[in-house]
Design a protein. Structure first.
Length: 95
């Protein structure tokens, strides 16, 4: 539950940084933000979100952001799918 709380608080900030990095065409910032998100969603076994973040991370690492806008849209979609699942965990009573 603690990881869900941390992720819920930090994800919007990291995602905003990633969106700004893509808009600014800043490969290094894209790499850093995507790498951070990849690790965060990996804690929850969210494979699709992790792969979407990995795609952006690789674009940033390669310094080629021509596909970053589309990759970001995929990541945003996967994060939107992950959010309700994580919120349902918060609502379950502790065992």
């Amino acid at each position: 539950m603690e990881l869900v709380e941390i992720f819920s608080k930090e994800c919007p900030t990291i995602l905003a940084a990633l969106q700004a990095a893509v808009a600014a065409n800043d490969p290094r910032a894209v790499y850093h933000a995507a790498h951070t998100l990849k690790g965060s969603v990996g804690n929850f076994g969210a494979t699709a979100a992790m792969e979407a973040a990995r795609a952006l991370e690789m674009l940033g690492r390669q310094g080629e952001l021509s596909g970053a806008t589309a990759a970001l849209a995929v990541l945003e979609e996967e994060l939107a799918r992950l959010h309700p699942a994580l919120m349902s965990l918060k609502l379950e009573p502790a065992a």
